[in-house]
Structure formats: C-alpha cells, structure tokens
Design a protein around this ligand. Structure first.
Ligand SMILES: [Zn+2]
Length: 491
C-alpha cells in the first residue's frame, strides 16, 4: 500500500505543535503560597529623616586606613546612639577596631544559633571633578519628596538604617526574639580584596566566642521590575544572591634588556606585552550555566506571556543557544564565566627609554569553584611567552553556594511574595563583592538581598553620580526587615 508522505508529515508536525502548545500552557510558575503579613507600625517619616542624616555623615572608605577620616565613623556611631534609644538601651554594643559595629540582641533561647543582619557603614568617595554633576550634593541627604539623594542612598545606608529602624520598631512593639539577633556593620566593605578587612575581623570576633550563625542577610539582589512588551508583563525579579564571584588583580610582567630607544629591537618589552594581552583576551575562560542560573531562567520563562511561552517552555533545549548569545553580551557573559579584564599597562618611564620591564594588570572575576591558583595556572597555560612573571596583587576567593532549601531562604522567598505577589523569586550569582562571604567559616546560609524596589537604571547609580533611592520603596523595605527578623529569629 502506498502512503502519501505529505499528509503524514503534516500530521506529525500538527501533533507536535499541539503537544508543545499543551506543554506551554502547563509551563506556568508553581502556584506560590502567598501569606498575609501582620499589620505593622512602620514609621516611614522617621526612616526618611534618619537616612538623610546618615548620608550627611561622610563615612568614606579608602584603601589606606591612614587616609580614612575615622572621626566620621565616630560621628556615625553617635548618630546611631542618639537616633535609636531602645537599641542603645537593650542591645549589647561592641566596637571591633577600628570602627566595626557589633550589636547583640539577646534571644530567649541561648541553645539556638543566632541570625545576623549585615550592612556596611562605609561609602565610596565621589570622583574628583564630578561634584558639580550632582543635582543635589552627594553628602546632603536631600529629600525632595520623591527621592533621597546622596552617596550611600542605595549602597547601602538605606539598608543599614532600614535594619536599625526595624529593630527599634520591634523593640517598641515589645518583641523579643527566640534566637540572638546580631547586627554586624563593617567599616571598609568598599575596599575590595584588602588585607585589613572589617567584616573578617567581626567574623573572627564572633568565632573566638564560639558563635555559629544560623543565617546571614546582606546586600546583593533587589526587586527589579521586568516588563517587556509581549514577553513578560508587570513582574518583579527578586534575585536572592546565593553566591558571589571572586576578585583578583594579577600583574604580568615581561622582562627585557632596555636601552636607548634610538636602537630598538624588533619587539620591545611593550611589543612582547601586546602578545601577552592578546593571548589572554583570545583565550577566555570556558562559559557554562550553573544549575542556579538555569533555575533563574526557568523561573522567568514560566512567567512569560502565552505566545512567547511556546518557545520558552523548551528552555532546556535552548540552553546551548542561550549560552552562545550570553557569551556575546558582556553584561551576560560575566554571569556565565570567569572574566578577564585587562585594565592597566606600564612600560618605561620616558619616551626615549626602552622598557626594562613592561607590565599589565588584569582584573579577574572568578566564578565559584575557580580559585586564584586556577587563574595563575590559566595565565601560564594560555600565554605563549614563557618568560613572563606572574604576581598576584590582591585577591578574594569566590564564595560557596548557599542552599536553596534552608529556613532563611524560604523566609526570604515567602516575604518577597507577600510584599509583591508579582515577584519572581530566584537565586542568582552576585557579580560584585559583599562582606557576606567573610562569614563562611561560621555560617552555611548566607543570602544577599536588599528588599528595595529599584529599576536597573537606578541601581547603576550606585558608586556613580546622583545615587538616590525612591521614597516609594522604603516602606516595603522596612516591612520586609521587620518580618524577616521576627520570623528568622523564631525557633
Ligand atoms: Zn555595598
């Protein structure tokens, strides 16, 4: 019997399309359990006033501790004492030198592991020459009713003051935690990969006293609006940072004879260095999606609108293509691989002198699992010139991954959804550094999330000109902190 091929093929395609449509229809977010939060006293006016005051105190960090104005940190401590009378009365305060703050709020049950709320007191300086570009001066804390302006408004005096407001409010409510609650405020987070690290000193202070933490909450993710016409509608992506990349500055030098530039060799040390740089840039680290990254993609894909979901529901099959696309876009590439950023070069000190040494400084941001040792091995492997000298200037290893099934992660997830039912809560990898990874020796469950609604453009102003926080997101932030402390400090 002869079978006509065309109808069979059409039928097969039709069946496959129908199956895919069913798959797409079922490819929806798991119905989140949305809990009602208790009615809260949330004093937004006081929070705004205190954040403005905190911004006015110039707690600016510097790689050289001699150049830090430590009196500003004293003023910041005095501001906390004056602004939060119940915290002063009920919490035990310790200053870990030079200016790190440890507050301990004793819980009822000393057998339970404490929780810790982290924040850093320091802010980055304003780049010289850009002071006048600010619409409102960087250290005025101006509140125009819509935004509070100034250095630290988003990174991260908003978070630090929010935690203090939450604790003061809980004390006013007469709340007493079951577990100890620590407030741990480092003094030099903005100095990356420093030998002298405030957060590490705090961790050692706690470790010496036998403290093990149940969980740590620090800065990192935020609640980012996502709205792409025809693709995804009116959602918020709450990225919970469960790990952070490493940071290494590595200097690579090419030695040479040097001499008078009137009789140069075919390639001077700088010419040889050019090849070193090309070798590094042409041999990028291998890119891959981590399991957590896939979870985030899937969570977003499930929330896409219907026609797009016909494609999105096949996300697993799309990963190889997605990975190739990510590699081409720098802000996406950094999420899937260890990055190689060639940032500084140096040759001879004068135009008519041949260099006796040419150096390049490369800034690597390592994926979790890649160590500084791996970076050095990579350089030695991909650079053809075997004469080069490799010198690690600064480095901070990438963090571990924190679990997704911990009590603390579930609380964060539940609170995000309770505050914004349109949230897509997903784990993610923090590209920059935070103080949080210093607590790994005494804590398994380390999360990086600032509960503030801010779009990507606003987040880009951290460390830049016109850093500011929308007043509209502060009340939810405060509600999150109050509830997080209440729930995470329970048994
Ligand atoms: Zn920060």
């Amino acid at each position: 019997m002869k079978v006509k091929k065309a109808p069979v093929i059409c039928g097969a395609i039709g069946a496959a399309a129908a199956a895919n449509a069913v798959h797409a229809a079922l490819f929806r977010p798991k119905k989140p359990e949305i809990t009602q939060l208790p009615d809260e006293t949330v004093n937004l006016d006081r929070y705004r006033r205190h954040l403005s005051e905190a911004i006015r105190i110039k707690t600016v960090s510097n790689r050289d501790p001699e150049k830090v104005d430590w009196t500003a940190f004293d003023a910041f401590h005095a501001f906390i004492d004056e602004s939060y009378p119940l915290i002063r009365e009920k919490l035990e305060k310790t200053v870990v030198p030079p200016a790190n703050l440890v507050y301990r709020w004793k819980g009822r049950n000393p057998a339970l592991d404490p929780i810790a709320m982290l924040a850093h007191q320091d802010v980055v300086p304003v780049t010289k020459g850009t002071e006048r570009d600010w619409i409102h001066p960087a250290f005025e804390g101006y509140d125009d009713g819509e935004y509070i302006w100034g250095r630290g408004a988003l990174d991260m005096k908003n978070h630090l003051v929010g935690v203090l407001e939450a604790v003061e409010a809980l004390l006013e409510d007469g709340f007493q935690p079951e577990r100890d609650v620590y407030l741990l405020f480092g003094d030099n987070e903005e100095v990356v990969a420093n030998d002298k690290n405030g957060a590490r000193d705090i961790m050692n202070y706690l470790k010496d006293r036998g403290v093990r933490l149940d969980c740590v909450l620090d800065e990192g993710g935020a609640m980012l609006p996502v709205d792409v016409k025809g693709v995804i509608k009116n959602k918020y992506l709450a990225g919970i940072g469960i790990a952070e990349k490493g940071y290494s500055d590595i200097e690579i030098s090419v030695p040479a004879k040097g001499g008078h530039s009137s009789a140069p060799p075919k390639h001077s040390a700088v010419g040889e260095l050019a090849n070193v740089i090309r070798d590094l840039e042409d041999h990028q680290f291998k890119a891959a999606f981590s399991e957590n990254m896939k979870l985030m993609f899937e969570a977003v894909a499930r929330n896409m609108t219907f026609p797009v979901r016909l494609v999105a529901c096949n996300i697993k099959a799309l990963y190889p293509v997605l990975l190739q696309i990510c590699k081409l876009i720098p802000p996406a590439a950094c999420m899937v691989r260890t990055t190689t950023g060639v940032t500084m070069t140096q040759g001879s000190p004068a135009a008519n002198v041949l260099p006796q040494r040419a150096t390049v400084t490369v800034n690597f941001r390592a994926m979790p699992g890649t160590t500084t040792e791996d970076l050095v091995a990579h350089i030695k492997k991909v650079v053809h010139n075997k004469e080069v000298e490799v010198n690690v200037l600064n480095s901070k290893e990438a963090s571990r991954f924190s679990p997704l099934d911990s009590r603390a992660f579930k609380i964060i997830e539940r609170l995000c959804l309770a505050i914004e039912p349109n949230s897509i809560v997903a784990p993610y990898l923090v590209m920059g550094g935070t103080d949080a990874c210093n607590y790994e020796p005494i804590c398994e469950n380390i999360y990086r999330y600032g509960p503030f609604r801010a779009d990507a453009a606003l987040m880009m102003l951290c460390h830049g000109t016109n850093e500011r926080i929308p007043v509209s997101c502060m009340e939810d932030g405060l509600r999150f902190f109050k509830n997080f402390i209440r729930e995470a400090s329970a048994e």
